[in-house]
Design a binder for this molecule. Sequence first.
Ligand SMILES: *Cc1c(COP(=O)(O)O)cnc(C)c1O
Length: 374
Amino acid sequence: MRIPFGKPFIIGKELFNIARAVMNCHLSGDGQFTQQCHQWLQHHHQCQSAMLTHSCTAALEMSAILCDIKAGDEVIMPSFTFVSTANAFVLRGATPVFVDIRPDTLNIDETLIEAAITDKTKAIVPVHYAGVGCEMDTIMEIAKRYNLYVIEDAAQAILSEYQGQKLGSIGQLGCLSFHETKNVISGEGGALLINDEKMIERAEIIREKGTNRNQFFRGEVDKYTWVDIGSSYLASELIGAFLYAQLEHAQEITDARIHICQSYHQQLQPLQQTGYIQLPNQIGNGHLFYILTRTPQERTDLIAHLKQRDIHAVFHYIPLHSSPAGLQYGHTSGNMSVTNKVSETLLRLPVYYEMSLSEVNTVVEAIKQFYAER
Ligand SMILES: *Cc1c(COP(=O)(O)O)cnc(C)c1O
């Protein structure tokens, strides 16, 4: 029995919705399904405005433009994240300043942020790793005191909360991903969540290639023209059609993934107690499940052991601060000891919506067997 690392799925009316979009003769962006996605996100993620994009990467790039990030600016973020978190700001000429993560949540260590602030700092980009919220009270308080923007990279955080507030709706801007590796999917896809009303109009323009096309269609202006910088950040209506069917089942998807992660956690607890592995202490929205091995070599051996049994487990991230582009475009603030340690020993186990508990058991048994031989 092959157990893949992840598996895209359909859960409801995805294909039916796509057929309807085709029959409605509306395939480009901002049709009926896209509008339904916007309403769903505004309601369930409690933001002022939600805009579908072709990726979370696009939403992050829009955020950098909206916050007027320019050459010479600095943006504080963790090094333990996906490249898009940094790339969006580097594209505008800014310098990412990397801060270490907390060993418990693997989120940016909020106690190290203030030391990274200089008079060039413009924004903080907390990444909610595994859908577990960063310490947003502290981060928002620091941002307010130093007059900085907060852009939440909530790529992994659909439906997750921090103290009763949806992630992505706490900073001025939040970015979600619907990439096929995330919880709720549309192949490629993302959304920009806007919590500062003053940014909404400009976001519409940036998303529409720098034109006032949306205002023109609403009859607010009499010509449609180039008014600002921008790009083509919107998603096709076909993506909206697929995505809306998934959003209708978002809670069900989340619950199923949480259940899988809880099962891993419970069954692997004995290995944590004997000191072989370390487990996460929060499950978040069930986006991912990881274990930490004692050494990098042990991780390599465990991956090979699982692979022999046709179980596919993977690791991430190569820290941005020591990657070729990170060295060229960014710099660190303080030491990166937790980031370095975690990136060498973290192993992600298979999690996907359709994963059965017997598949979870197969993975657990293979890991137990590996440690029984040690
Ligand atoms: C997946 C991911 C992204 C990028 O999302 P895309 O939709 O593929 O552009 C950005 N940041 C984090 C933390 C992610 O996990």
